[in-house]
Design a protein around this ligand. Sequence first.
Ligand SMILES: C=CC1=C(C)c2cc3[nH]c(cc4nc(cc5[nH]c(cc1n2)c(C)c5CCC(=O)O)C(CCC(=O)O)=C4C)c(C)c3C=C
Ligand SMILES: [Fe+2]
Ligand SMILES: [Fe+2]
Length: 344
Amino acid sequence: MSKGVLMVNLGSPDSTDPKDVKKYLGEFLMDERVIDVPYWARTLLVKGIILNTRPKKSAEAYQKIWWDEGSPLIVLSKRLQSKIDHNTSVPISLAMRYGTPSIKQGLHELHDQGVDEVLLFPLYPQFAMATTETILVLAEELRKEHFPEMSFTTVPPFYNHQDYIRTLGNSIAETLKDVEYEHLLFSYHGVPERHIRKSDITNSHCKIDGSCCQSDSTAHQFCYRHQCFETTRLVAEYLGLKPNTYSVSFQSRLGFDPWLKPYTDRTIERFGKQGMKKLAIVTPAFVSDCLETLEEIAMEGEEIFHEVGGKNFTVVPCLNDREEWVKVLSRWIDEWAHQKPVEA
Ligand SMILES: C=CC1=C(C)c2cc3[nH]c(cc4nc(cc5[nH]c(cc1n2)c(C)c5CCC(=O)O)C(CCC(=O)O)=C4C)c(C)c3C=C
Ligand SMILES: [Fe+2]
Ligand SMILES: [Fe+2]
């Protein structure tokens, strides 16, 4: 048996050309775990409406954050992969759930190196149907069809892992060490409320009423909302943040359904209107900076804050390829690579 790792992130368009953005959004939004309505309704919504209007607007947003080497999300994921590859003893491949390099290409790459025992590593701290689950489902379909000799082990969501909490806490502390701020906002990517109910394995726990996520429940192993609150609670504890000096919000909603609240844009606006002048913001659902952090938060978020009288707006970068994060991920991988098989 030979071991290898497939790290998987979300993906980006191949370029900022609206045609490429349309292709990427088409693949992304036609995923039944992202827009989770019947196929005919998804086709009508995505191909009939969204893809006729959104690609131009999204392409303009991508143009604002695009780097010479390409999409920040892809470039940063590749840097992370390369640094981990230097630090570990097993081959590391990188794939994107949408666009390129695809999960099929990543598995091929490992297969060509003789790997038959794969550690699937979704690069998401918190579980969501639209992120972790869709990666695992597609990888398993591809395994059955093209790589039946392979076996998979999966890295579970690491939203409460002490190494992740410490690394995130240290990164926040480093960015904010000389910064004055009145409040630290933890802004997570949103999901429709319906997704939280669908992922509730007890079918009865999640009420999205502000209290269910704080009680104990087996539902929480698949509850994105609970996991976002836990990451926040643990980081606040690690940093010794005082109550009412930090809070949670959810960004990037799409469509007219209710998404997790409070919404980040409205929260920033409210803070400014209440007279807050100095706001810091961190985005722990993303391990790599991307459109959602570099444009929606660092550009749009700052603009909203300034429009309502805010002054200092500080954004904590994602973990990206920071040394401490590379060491943590390399250690997790090496621990898996060197563990002895469990005896029957
Ligand atoms: C961090 C986890 C993410 C969750 C959960 C998530 C859910 C989700 N997203 C959309 C729709 C869009 N997301 C878009 C961009 C985007 N989303 C994530 C991560 C999560 N999404 C990332 C990292 C990115 C950035 C990609 C990049 O190239 O930098 C976009 C595209 C951009 C745009 O047009 O605004 C859309 C659309 C839904 C519908 C959803 C849950 C149902
Ligand atoms: Fe998204
Ligand atoms: Fe809950």
